[in-house]
Ligand binder design. Structure first.
Ligand code: 5GP
Ligand code: ZN
Length: 125
């Protein structure tokens, strides 16, 4: 798709790692140092609509990227991984991508609940 930001990244072939169906790049506006996106090679907006093999390959790249991040940065204490699906969820780029967000102790005031923070007032419980 010509006007898709992630399809255009795919054309550059400048990836951190890749496999048959997905590639990894740094997020341009990282939440934390090392925030990485695993992006599907095929243009599709909804993760659930990817064929099984493409979902699996994208998730394999999540695991590989996590290992790579840990090797590069000894200060990483945890991760959040997440996929926004649909505008109601907050998805801004309608091309499948999985966020990998490294976490370090003390990187925010209170991390309790992690991804529950998609609804900020419900994060802690
Ligand atoms: P979404 O809200 O759709 O789940 O996330 C889109 C992500 O893409 C955001 O975290 C944003 O920082 C990232 N992003 C937006 N434009 C670009 C870009 O041109 N290059 C890269 N590498 N990341 C981008
Ligand atoms: Zn696209």
């Amino acid at each position: 798709m010509e006007d898709c930001v992630f399809c255009n990244i795919k054309k550059t072939k400048k990836f951190i790692i890749e496999n048959k169906w997905a590639f990894a790049v740094k997020d341009s506006y990282p939440v934390t140092k090392g925030h990485t996106l695993i992006i599907s090679k095929r243009h599709e907006s909804d993760f659930f609509n990817l064929p099984e093999e493409e979902k699996t390959e994208a998730l394999k790249l999540v695991v590989k990227m996590k290992e790579r991040l840990l090797l590069k940065d000894a200060n990483i204490d945890g991760f959040n991984i997440g996929i926004n699906i649909g505008r109601a969820s907050g998805q801004t780029v309608p091309h499948v991508h999985i966020h990998i967000i490294p976490r370090r102790r003390g990187d925010c005031k209170d991390p309790t609940g992690g991804v529950r923070g998609v609804i900020p007032e419900k994060q802690a419980y």
